[in-house]
Design a protein around this ligand. Structure first.
Ligand SMILES: Cc1cc2nc3c(=O)[nH]c(=O)nc-3n(C[C@H](O)[C@H](O)[C@H](O)COP(=O)(O)OP(=O)(O)OC[C@H]3O[C@@H](n4cnc5c(N)ncnc54)[C@H](O)[C@@H]3O)c2cc1C
Length: 389
């Protein structure tokens, strides 16, 4: 039994059915189209809507809103299955999922009643808006301002690198209400893209990640009604970071999916490619490189699945998630490069997914806290555990 089969055996029948549905969708829709999406250099909105029509955005959404209320572990495994074929699509889809679940949970009931039906159909796509052109890792340094006006808040500023922003209809925007208060001044607002003052910018040219639909937008005298504030100053910063361990864990799972795919493709190719009277896989030097990759993939999964279990048990997953994301990100980049090398020049061709996976792995080293930010977190754990008398 593989580690993944062992893990899935601990989930419920409904969760295993959801994972099987995601696997089938990824094989039918993502695998045959991922290359074309990359070449078209645009967000695959129709395929995202098809994923919604098949219910892949309902995993964690509460039942009272029409969701399936399944576990984080289930979502993490869905991410792994989809990223096996394309990281960018998986990342876009999980953000559609998360934006809707968060909107339903936190937004004003009237807003939920008005907009949730369109989100459930995949018509209205959501985005999480933290990063700005001048503030990424240092989230507390955001410069988008929220100024109180009659009946609402006027928002001014710019966001950058926002997933799905190329097509989003709704963004959860974090803005500073009082710069003198630092992170305690930040509040969260649901911003509607069809209201005056929301100005969408052209999507970023992004190697290997067009399906993410990453772009920026500006807010110029955008007035958010009072009820659009979903997190008050003092709460928003903590709320923004509350989902971060989950995000780090599912990104680690996406790395597992991409590395497994790369090992499988390189092994199959190397078993068929003949040279010097044998196959590439007969060459011990090449074979051992792929074994090293498989060895680290086992360790990546052990770390990632452990973090997921802690999240579902509502434990403190900060350390486990940081270990999973750092290790998985670093190892995936290193080993996909070796898988490409094992295939000779053919490994570079777009007919194979390896270079696209390599870009996905590099993108994964930035999203939801860079590798260096994981080091910072783990460094603090070391000092707390061993550095004090
Ligand atoms: C494809 C993609 C999609 C994204 N989607 C979203 C999204 O949906 N919503 C959103 O809000 N953001 C999103 N982001 C932004 C992402 O969260 C940021 O890229 C990330 O937080 C890093 O910020 P930065 O790129 O501005 O780098 P910076 O913060 O400018 O960092 C520059 C370098 O300094 C390093 N560094 C920073 N702080 C430290 C430190 N304390 N110690 C050591 N080194 C440090 C960083 O690791 C990095 O190598 C996305 C990014 C990408 C690439």
């Amino acid at each position: 039994m593989t580690l993944t089969e062992e893990f899935d055996a601990t989930l419920t029948d409904a969760e295993r059915a959801m994972i099987a549905k995601a696997r089938s969708f990824a094989e039918r829709v993502v695998a045959p189209n991922a290359k074309a999406w990359e070449y078209a250099r645009k967000h695959p909105t129709d395929a995202i809507r098809q994923a919604c029509a098949e219910g892949l955005h309902l995993i964690e959404l509460e039942k009272r809103f029409g969701g399936e209320a399944l576990s984080f572990s289930c979502k993490m495994r869905v991410c792994e299955e989809v990223a096996r074929h394309d990281f960018a699509f998986a990342f876009s889809l999980v953000n559609v999922h998360n934006s809707m679940a968060r909107f339903a949970r936190d937004a004003h009931p009237q807003m939920v009643e008005r907009l949730l039906p369109r989100m459930l159909k995949g018509e209205l796509i959501g985005s999480p808006g933290l990063t700005e052109p001048w503030a990424g890792s240092d989230f507390a340094a955001i410069r988008t301002t929220a100024t109180k006006v009659a009946g609402g808040w006027e928002l001014n500023g710019a966001k950058a690198w926002i997933t799905n922003s190329a097509v989003c209809g709704l963004a959860l925007v974090y803005a500073q209400t009082d710069a003198s208060k630092g992170w305690r001044g930040i509040a969260g607002f649901m911003v509607e893209a069809d209201r005056p003052g929301f100005i969408r910018e052209a999507p970023f040219e992004l190697h290997g990640g067009h399906a993410i639909g990453a772009a920026g937008f500006r807010l110029e005298k955008y007035v958010a009604p009072d009820e659009a504030m979903t997190a008050k100053p003092g709460e928003a910063f903590k709320m923004a970071l509350s989902g971060i361990n989950g995000a780090r864990t599912y990104v680690a799972a996406m790395c597992c999916g991409m590395l497994e795919s790369s090992i499988a493709v390189a092994t199959k190719y190397g078993s068929e490619r003949t040279l010097f009277g044998g196959t590439v896989m007969d060459l011990q030097g090449v074979r051992w490189k792929l074994v090293d990759a498989a060895n680290d993939l086992e360790a990546m999964r052990a770390l990632t699945y452990r973090a997921a279990r802690i999240i579902d048990a509502k434990g403190d997953a900060q350390e486990a998630a940081a270990h999973a994301k750092k290790f998985s990100g670093d190892k995936t980049i290193q080993h996909i490069a070796n898988c490409i090398q094992a295939m000779g020049a053919n490994g570079l061709r777009a007919d194979y997914p390896l270079v696209r996976h390599m870009s996905g792995a590099k993108i994964a080293s930035y999203t939801d806290g860079t590798t260096e930010i994981q080091n910072e977190r783990l460094g603090r754990v070391l000092i707390d555990r061993h550095g004090k008398a």
